[in-house]
Design a protein around this ligand. Structure first.
Ligand SMILES: *[C@@H]1O[C@H](CO)[C@@H](O)[C@H](O)[C@H]1NC(C)=O
Ligand SMILES: *[C@@H]1O[C@H](CO)[C@@H](O)[C@H](O)[C@H]1NC(C)=O
Ligand SMILES: *[C@@H]1O[C@H](CO)[C@@H](O)[C@H](O)[C@H]1NC(C)=O
Ligand SMILES: *[C@@H]1O[C@H](CO)[C@@H](O)[C@H](O)[C@H]1NC(C)=O
Ligand SMILES: *[C@@H]1O[C@H](CO)[C@@H](O)[C@H](O)[C@H]1NC(C)=O
Ligand SMILES: *[C@@H]1O[C@H](CO)[C@@H](O)[C@H](O)[C@H]1NC(C)=O
Ligand SMILES: *[C@@H]1O[C@H](CO)[C@@H](O)[C@H](O)[C@H]1NC(C)=O
Ligand SMILES: *[C@@H]1O[C@H](CO)[C@@H](O)[C@H](O)[C@H]1NC(C)=O
Ligand SMILES: *[C@@H]1O[C@H](CO)[C@@H](O)[C@H](O)[C@H]1NC(C)=O
Ligand SMILES: *[C@@H]1O[C@H](CO)[C@@H](O)[C@H](O)[C@H]1NC(C)=O
Ligand SMILES: *[C@@H]1O[C@H](CO)[C@@H](O)[C@H](O)[C@H]1NC(C)=O
Ligand SMILES: *[C@@H]1O[C@H](CO)[C@@H](O)[C@H](O)[C@H]1NC(C)=O
Ligand SMILES: [Cu+2]
Length: 556
C-alpha cells in the first residue's frame, strides 16, 4: 500500500520535473447539476448551478490535454453543456448545443464530455446550451500553454478570473417561456454581476466582488462575458489594461482603458498595480446603440491594494454611454492577431464558398400571441426551427426528414438591408444546414438588417476559429469592400459583433468534420431563430472523419 502511494507521488513529481512525461494529461472533472438558493438584490430564488456554485467551477487544462467531464443531472430541467470556443476536432459529440450535436441530458441522467484541446491557449468559457439555463450555469475555461512554453508577453505575477453575468430576480425559465408564448420581448435582467456579485444595492447587504492586488505586481485578468443578452464595457478606475489575447488566440498587445466584450467572448488583459495604494472602482456597463431596451444597471466591483484601509474607492471619471459606438469600434479596430512565427495567422486566401448572410428580426403571425404576431429572428429569411432529433445524430446515422442541406448562400430576395425595410416582414421556418466539403474555405459576410430595429449581433461559430477580415457600416459592397480586407493579421476568434446597421466578414477553413452551430450569442435572438448550422463532410480516412458517437450519448 505504502509503496503504491509513494510510487504515485513519485510519478506526480516526475511529471512536474520532466515535462515530456507530462504531455497530454487527462483531466477529470465532475459537474453535478444541482439547484441552489441564491440571494441577490434582496431576494432569494432557487437557481440551476454546477456543483452549487455561481459562477460555476473553473476548468483548467493545458494545450494538448484531454478533458473528461462527467455531467450528472440532478435537476428537473434538461441540460447540456457547451465548451464554448473549444475546437472539438472530430469530437462534435462533445460540443453540447441541444438538438444540434446531442439530445439533452434528461433529469437523473448523466453524460461524459470527452475532448482534447489542441492548438489553443488562453481563456474560454463553458455554459449550458439549452433554453436560458446558461444564465446561471457557466464558468471559465483556462487553457495554459504546454509545459515549458512561455506566454508571448511578460509573465504576470498572478492570474485572476473575472466572469461577467446578468441576474434576474424572477425565475428565468418561467420568464422566457411566458414571453415566448405571448410573443413579446422577454424582460431585461435586473442587474449585472462580476464573479456572481452585483455590487452595492441600496438597503441590501451586498458589497460586490473585491479584486485583491499587491502594489507593483502585474495581473493577468481572464475576463469572460457570460451575460445572456448584453454586450458590456469593462473599466478599472485609474488603470490601463493591455489586451494580449481574445477567445484563446494571442493578439498584438495594445493598451486601452476600456474593454468591449460581447456575450461568449473572452479577453485576457494585463493590469499592473502601479497606482497609489487604495481602492479603485471596477465597472461593467451595457452597450446598446439602438432603440432596444437593455438592463442599464452598472455592475460594480472593487480593485483593492494590499494595505488599504477602509476609505471610499477612487471613482471612474467616466463610464461609456450606452450608445458609445465609437468606443466599440476603436476597441475592435485595435484587435489584431499576434501573427508571429510561432503563432502565425493562417487566413484563407482562396475562397471556395462565399456566403452573404442577412441577419436580423422579422414578424410572423401567431394566433395565441398578444398582438396576433410574434417577433422572430432569421438568417437569410430562414427562422431556424429546432429539430427533435439532434442534427449530428441524423447526419451520422443517415436519418432523413430531420434537416435539409439547402440553406441559402445569399438572401433570396435582396433588399436595402440598412435602408427602408421591405413591406413584408414575414420569414420562413426551416431546419436547414449549409453543406461544405472537408477542408474547404468559407467566407461569410454577415449583414445586419434594419427590420424593426437594427442591432448589434455577437455571432458565434462552433467548431472553428475564424478570422475577422473586414467590417463596415451600411450595406456590404462586394466590389469595393474586399479591397480593404485585412488578410495579414486579422483577429482570430469564435464570436464577433456584427455592427448595428453594418456588416462584418469572416473567413475560416472547414477542417473539422461534423455539424457546427452558428448563432447570435444574445440568447433572445437565438431563441427567436437567429441560428443555422454548417455541415462539414468527412474528408479521406479516419483522421479526417467524425469519430463514432460515445456509447452514453443521450437519446431523445
Ligand atoms: C430553498 O429555500 C426554500 C425555502 O426556504 C426551501 O424550501 C428549499 O428547499 C431550498 N432549496 C434548496 C435547493 O436549497
Ligand atoms: C475519451 O475518448 C478517447 C478517444 O476516443 C477514448 O480512448 C477514451 O476511452 C474516452 N474516455 C472516456 C472516459 O470515455
Ligand atoms: C416582467 O417585468 C414586468 C414588469 O417589471 C413584471 O410585471 C413581470 O412579472 C415580469 N415577468 C416575468 C415573467 O418575470
Ligand atoms: C403590439 O403592437 C403595438 C403596435 O405595433 C406595439 O406598440 C405594442 O408594443 C405591441 N405589444 C406587444 C405586447 O408586443
Ligand atoms: C432604504 O431604507 C430606508 C430606511 O428604511 C428608506 O427610507 C429608503 O427609502 C430605502 N431605500 C430604498 C431604495 O429602498
Ligand atoms: C434605465 O432604464 C430605465 C428603464 O428603461 C429608465 O427608466 C432609466 O432612466 C434608465 N437609466 C439610465 C441611467 O439610463
Ligand atoms: C450513411 O450513409 C453513408 C453514405 O451513403 C454511408 O457511407 C454510411 O455508412 C452510412 N452510415 C450509417 C451509420 O448507416
Ligand atoms: C439604402 O438605404 C440607405 C438609407 O436610407 C440609403 O442611404 C441608400 O442610398 C440606400 N441604398 C440603395 C442602394 O438604395
Ligand atoms: C421571406 O419568406 C417569406 C415566406 O416565404 C416571404 O413571404 C418573404 O417575402 C420573404 N422575405 C424575404 C426578404 O426574403
Ligand atoms: C414556424 O415554427 C413555429 C415553431 O417554431 C410554429 O409555431 C409556427 O407555426 C411555424 N410557422 C409556420 C408558418 O409554419
Ligand atoms: C487543406 O487545404 C490546404 C490548402 O487550402 C492544404 O494545404 C492542406 O494540406 C489541406 N489539408 C488537408 C488535411 O487536406
Ligand atoms: C427533455 O428532452 C426530451 C428529449 O428530447 C424531450 O422529450 C422532453 O420533452 C424534454 N423536456 C422538457 C421539459 O423540455
Ligand atoms: Cu443578435
Amino acid at each position: 500500500m505504502a509503496f503504491w502511494v509513494r510510487a504515485a507521488a513519485a510519478a506526480v513529481l516526475a511529471a512536474f520535473l520532466f515535462p515530456a512525461l507530462a504531455e497530454s494529461r487527462v483531466r477529470h472533472y465532475k459537474f453535478s447539476v444541482v439547484m441552489k438558493n441564491a440571494t441577490k438584490l434582496c431576494s432569494t430564488k432557487p437557481i440551476v448551478t454546477v456543483n452549487g456554485k455561481f459562477p460555476g467551477p473553473t476548468l483548467y487544462a493545458r494545450e494538448g490535454d484531454t478533458v473528461i467531464v462527467r455531467v450528472v443531472n440532478h435537476v428537473q430541467y434538461n441540460i447540456t453543456i457547451h465548451w464554448h470556443g473549444v475546437r472539438q476536432l472530430r469530437t462534435g459529440w462533445a460540443d453540447g448545443p441541444a438538438y444540434i450535436t446531442q439530445c439533452p441530458i434528461q433529469p437523473g441522467q448523466n453524460y461524459i464530455y470527452n475532448f482534447t484541446i489542441s492548438g489553443q491557449r488562453g481563456t474560454l468559457l463553458w455554459h449550458a446550451h439549452i433554453t436560458w439555463i446558461r444564465a446561471t450555469v457557466h464558468g471559465a475555461i483556462v487553457i495554459l500553454p504546454k509545459l515549458g512554453v512561455p506566454y508571448p508577453f511578460p509573465t504576470p505575477d498572478k492570474e485572476k478570473i473575472i466572469v461577467l453575468g446578468e441576474w434576474w430576480k424572477s425565475d428565468i425559465e418561467t420568464m422566457i417561456s411566458q414571453a415566448m408564448q405571448a410573443g413579446v420581448a422577454p424582460n431585461v435582467s435586473d442587474a449585472h454581476t462580476i464573479n456572481g456579485q452585483t455590487g452595492p444595492v441600496p438597503n441590501c447587504s451586498s458589497t460586490g466582488f473585491t479584486l485583491h492586488v499587491e502594489s507593483g505586481k502585474t495581473y493577468l485578468l481572464r475576463i469572460v462575458n457570460a451575460a445572456v443578452n448584453d454586450e458590456l464595457f469593462f473599466k478599472v478606475a485609474g488603470h490601463q489594461l493591455t489586451v494580449v489575447e481574445v477567445d484563446a488566440a494571442y493578439t498584438k498587445p495594445f493598451k486601452t482603458d476600456t474593454i468591449f466584450i460581447a456575450p461568449g467572448q473572452t479577453t485576457n488583459a494585463l493590469l499592473t498595480a502601479d497606482q497609489g495604494i487604495g481602492k479603485y472602482l471596477i465597472a461593467i456597463s451595457p452597450f446598446m446603440d439602438t432603440v432596444v431596451a437593455v438592463d442599464n444597471v452598472t455592475g460594480i466591483a472593487t480593485l483593492r491594494y494590499q494595505g488599504t484601509n477602509a476609505f471610499p474607492p477612487t471613482m471612474l471619471t467616466s463610464i461609456p454611454s450606452q450608445n458609445a459606438t465609437p468606443v466599440t469600434e476603436s476597441f475592435i479596430a485595435s484587435l489584431k492577431s499576434l501573427n508571429s512565427n510561432q503563432y502565425p495567422a493562417k487566413v484563407p486566401l482562396k475562397i471556395d464558398h462565399s456566403l452573404y448572410f442577412a441577419i436580423g428580426v422579422g414578424v410572423n403571425p401567431c394566433a395565441t400571441c398578444v398582438n396576433g404576431s410574434r417577433v422572430v429572428a432569421d438568417i437569410n429569411n430562414v427562422t431556424f426551427v429546432m429539430p427533435t432529433t439532434a442534427l449530428l445524430q441524423a447526419h451520422y446515422y443517415n436519418i432523413s426528414g430531420v434537416f435539409t442541406d439547402d440553406f441559402p448562400a445569399n438572401p433570396q430576395i435582396p433588399f436595402n438591408y440598412t435602408g427602408a425595410p421591405p413591406s413584408n416582414l414575414q420569414t420562413m421556418n426551416g431546419t436547414k444546414v449549409y453543406r461544405v466539403a472537408f477542408n474547404s474555405t468559407v467566407q461569410v459576410v454577415f449583414q445586419g438588417t434594419n427590420i424593426i430595429a437594427p442591432e448589434s449581433h455577437p455571432t458565434h461559430l462552433h467548431g472553428f476559429n475564424f478570422y475577422a477580415v473586414g467590417r463596415g457600416v451600411g450595406n456590404f459592397d462586394p466590389e469595393n469592400d474586399p479591397k480593404s480586407f485585412n488578410l495579414v493579421d486579422p483577429v482570430e476568434r469564435n464570436t464577433l459583433s456584427v455592427p448595428t446597421a453594418g456588416w462584418t466578414a469572416i473567413r475560416f477553413t472547414a477542417d473539422n468534420p461534423g455539424i457546427w452551430f452558428l448563432h447570435c450569442h444574445l440568447e433572445v435572438h437565438t431563441t427567436w431563430g437567429l441560428k443555422m448550422a454548417f455541415l462539414v463532410d468527412n474528408g479521406k480516412g479516419p483522421n479526417e472523419s467524425l469519430l463514432p458517437p460515445p456509447s452514453d450519448l443521450p437519446m431523445c
